[in-house]
Design a protein around this ligand. Structure first.
Ligand code: ADP
Ligand code: MG
Length: 323
């Protein structure tokens, strides 16, 4: 069983940022309004994630670490919907198979908190301790007994960079949640969680980017699109500043990038990679998310409809700005 977990773990947990992604998505699913992530050594020696979500019941703690165990009710429909985050009941078992895990959790109805250690997939005892409502995970020494995997990691600084980028995407996808990232005791990112997407953009990219924003708001029978695009300014060499969220999930999409770039091109008569943060909300049946969840690539059932809607919507926003 432990071997199976280790193989499965490789699918879900490739690097420290995979741990952060899975655990923060769990915090979001747990209804947290605040999530703090602290890492040391690029997340290799320590990842600490604290949330103020619903906590885990004492009886559920050990169960949560079993493979394919999930408390999240998912209908058949749900399997086609991007709104349920992450893999299905595989994250905790996978993380526990490749690291030393400490969990402290308390539900609002419990009188005390619970502390639990699981290491190399082997569970310890449950201890009662004082703790605030919510959940803290401490992940130590990732891949400590799988050196082959550890060898594939980049430098601590590069791994920390991946986590920083991931946290930016998570913050942009949930302006209503306050996120904090601390790298080697230095605060790196903090969002207020006041619900304003513009404020999150400000907290990540600063004043110069916020000054240049154009608001976008569009809706048809198929989807809704809201967010901001940057005024055409400096030319960028890549798509790193194009951010797309579909049903509150960060995704990469050739199609959406092309839509926005083509709109700028029609407007400017030249190609550029714009800054944008666009949230799209679709009806489930319009999306094909049968794609490996870590790849973040998404296919649309009817790409032409999406293209034909977005290009003019973005172009109009650019034109209105000039009036
Ligand atoms: P999944 O998220 O697909 O259900 P996971 O392995 O990520 O599977 O988590 C297993 C279960 O552990 C979740 O279904 C949830 O009940 C519980 N859990 C994990 N993290 C948290 C958290 N931060 N707060 C509350 N419950 C959590
Ligand atoms: Mg999960």
């Amino acid at each position: 069983k432990q071997t199976i977990d280790k193989i499965a773990a490789g699918e879900v947990i490739e690097r420290p940022s995979s741990v952060v992604k899975e655990l923060v998505e769990n915090s979001i699913d747990a209804g947290a309004s605040m999530v703090t992530v602290e890492i040391k050594d690029g997340g290799i020696s320590l990842i600490r994630i604290t949330d103020n979500g619903c906590g885990i019941d004492k009886e559920q703690v050990k169960i949560a670490f079993l493979r394919h165990s999930t408390s999240k009710i998912r209908s058949v429909d749900d399997l086609n919907s991007i709104s349920s985050l992450g893999f299905r009941g595989e994250a905790l078992s996978s993380i526990a198979a490749v690291s030393q895990v400490e969990l402290i959790t308390k539900t609002p109805r419990a009188f005390s908190g619970i502390r639990f250690f699981i290491e190399d997939g082997i569970a310890g005892e449950l201890e009662e301790i004082g703790a605030p409502d919510g959940t803290t995970f401490l992940i130590r020494n990732l891949f400590y007994h799988t050196p082959a995997r550890k060898k594939f990691l980049k430098s601590a600084q590069t791994e920390a960079g991946y986590i920083n980028t991931l946290m930016q995407h998570l913050a942009l996808s949930h302006p209503d949640i306050s996120f904090q990232l601390i790298i080697n005791n230095q605060p790196k990112l903090r969002t207020s969680g006041n619900g304003s997407l513009k404020d999150v953009i400000y907290q990540i990219y600063g004043r110069d980017v916020v000054k240049e924003l154009i608001e976008v708001s569009f809706e048809n029978e198929i989807f809704q699109m809201k967010g901001f695009i940057g005024k055409p300014v400096v030319s960028r060499g890549n798509r790193n500043f194009e951010h797309f969220f579909v049903n509150a999930r960060y995704i990469k999409s050739q199609l959406l990038s092309k839509c926005v770039e083509d709109a700028y091109k029609l407007h400017l008569m030249q190609h550029q990679y714009p800054f944008c943060v666009l949230h799209l909300t679709f009806q489930g049946e319009m999306l094909d998310v049968n794609v490996h969840p870590t790849k973040m690539e998404l296919r649309f059932e009817q790409p032409q409809l999406v293209y034909d809607a977005i290009v003019p919507a973005i172009k109009e926003s650019l034109e209105e700005q000039e009036l």
